[in-house]
Design a protein around this ligand. Sequence first.
Ligand code: SF4
Length: 495
Amino acid sequence: MGDQIREACGVFGIYAPRLDVARLTFYGLYALQHRGQESAGICSADGSRLKLRTGMGLVSQVFDEADLEPLQGIAAIGHTRYSTMGSSRFRNAQPLLMQGPEGKLALAHNGNIVNAAQIRANLESEGDHFETSTDSEIIGRFLLSSPGTWGERMAKMMQTFSGAFSLVMLTESAVMATRDPRGVRPLCIGTIEGDYVVASETCALDHIGAEFLRYVEPGELITIDEHGLKSEQVAVPEEPAGCIFEQIYIARPDSVLDGQLAYEARMAMGAALACEAPVEADLVIGVPDSATAHAVGYARESGVPYAEGLVRNRYVGRTFIQPDQRLRDLGVSLKFNPLPSVIGGKRLIVVDDSIVRGTTTPHIVQLLRAAGAAEIHVRIAAPPIRHACFFGVDMATRGELIAARHSIEEIREHIGADSLAYLSMEALKEVVSGKDTHCTACFTGDYPVPVQLDMDKLALEQDELALDGDSPRGVANVAVFSTTRPESVEEEARG
Ligand code: SF4
């Protein structure tokens, strides 16, 4: 269920002069929609100019057929955003298009920079001016104000910035892609009709008919232009720290991470959980959709039959209209609906991927009991989340995490289950490929780079950013879409 886990961001890039790069980027972003639903954007290059369109909302809300036509070109990059640094507003939508002394750069970022404020202060003291409250703009301005080749600039950037960054960038004639030296967030390369594509996840390659080639290596810079694909190692790879939560929840189940299909990794987590925390029951159900694979794995291993006991309204997260008091009093769930004839009188094993704040699980347990479940045994296919993420996944602050403040027995009581068990850290590491190469900090508190524990995602927010063109959530978005449409296709960079 993800109980308020907001994914990371999705990035995509393509260099393919013979293909419709704007349309392919649109479909690439469409496949990466699960990684960010707040805003979306595409920037394209035609050899001499960069053209940008960004907007608030889903990819399908930001773009229609008419919007893609002006974005034709030889290359394009795109972004779907969930804000992990800087608020959800039009100005912060990516790709960011920036002007430097020697040219323009468009940039799409997935990750989080942990020393962003200091670097921004240094750049400001040297005369740089910032237009957004994102850490992504700091990377872009740093690159643009650094001397040397792109490879030299990236090398300097890697030495200066700490945290997680998978970047896809665009100049007038090339696409570039790079990954931080620990490879925290994913980034893969594909081929399409002899040209090249980069994307956060392999599912985006599948959807546009591209073939997976390999992952971008930590500390590697990929440049794709008229000469083909060039690779430079611009930083020495550090101890690998790929986000293990990509395997558990973030990546789409049909994406391949570290050579392992996420769906199969999740089934293996469920199977391991069945071995570690068995219980007598009649049915296994998963909390849809994110825990379905884990539940199937649990059922197969335990021999307890699997069934769908809950139906999820997939679109509920897309509304800003809150239920009224009457609906709240009735305890109606807008997100889940149980199937009473399936679960009535049954002892249930309810498999989920996480409990974050502990706000959703009690409602699910309540719904299942009201629908006639005889017993409810909750099984979580990951260890308890006790620490906040500072690398591009917005879960909650440490104080909001229920497992940071309460024992498992206290959580069981809070959610109203008959029993509760989590997967152990050892078992989780055992079932994911490359088991000793992951960041597991949200479970262990063992961060791969030093972090400031009170870091605030709005730390770079400034009053002057409350400018026209910003898009508050709600009905106003509709007006903003229509009024800002012409301006949001820019041929001149910010800067
Ligand atoms: S802290 Fe957790 S969510 Fe964040 S990068 Fe590490 S494993 Fe992933």
